[in-house]
Design a protein around this ligand. Structure first.
Ligand SMILES: CC(C)(COP(=O)(O)OP(=O)(O)OC[C@H]1O[C@@H](n2cnc3c(N)ncnc32)[C@H](O)[C@@H]1OP(=O)(O)O)[C@@H](O)C(=O)NCCC(=O)NCCS
Length: 271
């Protein structure tokens, strides 16, 4: 059983003034894919915070991406403790065999943005980036994803969960499940699947806590050097893909409404 939800917890759409707190949370709760690509990621929270703030600032205004967050009351300001990002893919009226992102989020009012742009012309140039990726790991993830068949989100009306992270101080309280349930409940009501891509920790969570299924053709296993490990090797007990051994595994996953049948790469999945 998870610990009880923190008192005063509220779930709502992210606003422009949440960006600093949300960027801090994301810098402290990287997923396993990010840790594999950037093994020193937790040593550079400031750089990561800036990087996240960079995409969140326009991101909170994007009507096709709904950033839903969990907040607790802080010192006069909400503290963001949970993050999810959702897209609704609907049939494209120009070509119904394809999908396009639907408008999901109400636009965030421009009044919440700072009124004037800061003049940075006299500032010193930013320091060189200290956080460098492990190139072999980054390439290995790209290669593994390329080998997968075309993603069903390109042709299937669905919800896509684009990201999920809970502040380390608040993990194990049921907040991750609560945030992810929102999309699962919407999808159940609209009788469409939910897709998400995950790595080791996320895949386990989506499967065990929420009943997602792994799409077999998208599963991959990588060792400490970024070399592929085959499904057969994994079945025969190779554990080099485990996080404790420096490796990574990942997959695209799907949650299906009851009675829904999905075929991906010749494999049939049922809700
Ligand atoms: C994975 C994560 C989102 C889980 O969120 P959370 O709020 O801590 O999870 P919950 O408290 O809702 O957990 C609900 C249940 O799932 C289980 N669970 C949590 N994390 C799990 C994991 N990695 N694997 C398997 N089960 C897990 C919990 O034990 C709990 O089970 P219980 O009800 O039997 O006690 C969180 O740990 C996190 O932010 N991790 C870092 C970022 C990340 O990996 N994101 C995934 C994107 S790929």
């Amino acid at each position: 059983m998870p610990k009880p939800l923190p008192s005063g917890l509220e779930v709502r759409q992210a606003r422009a003034d949440d960006v600093p707190s949300l960027a801090t949370l994301l810098s402290l709760a990287p997923d396993d894919g990010s840790i594999y690509r950037f093994p020193h990621i937790l040593e550079y929270p400031d750089e990561m915070r800036e990087m996240h703030a960079g995409w969140l600032r326009p991101g909170v205004h994007d009507p096709t991406t709904l950033i839903r967050i969990a907040v607790v009351p802080g010192d006069g300001k909400d503290r963001v403790v949970g993050f999810t990002s959702w897209t609704r893919l609907e049939a494209d009226p120009q070509d119904p065999s394809k999908t396009r992102p639907a408008k999901l989020a109400a636009k965030v009012a421009p009044a919440e943005e700072p009124e004037t742009e800061e003049d940075t012309s006299n500032f010193a140039p930013p320091p060189p980036r200290a956080l460098v990726p492990n190139v072999a790991h980054a390439e290995a993830i790209k290669r593994a994803r390329k080998q997968a068949p075309p993603s069903p989100i390109k042709t299937t009306a669905c919800y896509e969960l684009g990201g999920l992270a809970i502040h380390p101080d608040y993990q194990g309280h049921g907040i991750g499940s609560l945030l992810a349930r929102w999309g699962v409940d919407k999808a159940a009501g609209e009788r469409v699947p939910v897709f998400v891509s995950g790595e080791t920790q996320g895949v386990d969570f989506y499967e065990k806590a929420l009943g997602f299924q792994r799409l077999r053709a998208t599963e991959y296993w990588l060792d400490e050097k970024g070399q592929d490990i085959s499904r057969e090797e994994v079945q025969h007990g190779n554990e080099a893909w485990k996080k404790v051994n420096g490796g990574l595994s990942g997959a695209q996953m799907v949650w299906l409404p009851e009675g829904y049948v999905l075929e991906v790469d010749g494999e049939v999945y049922k809700g």
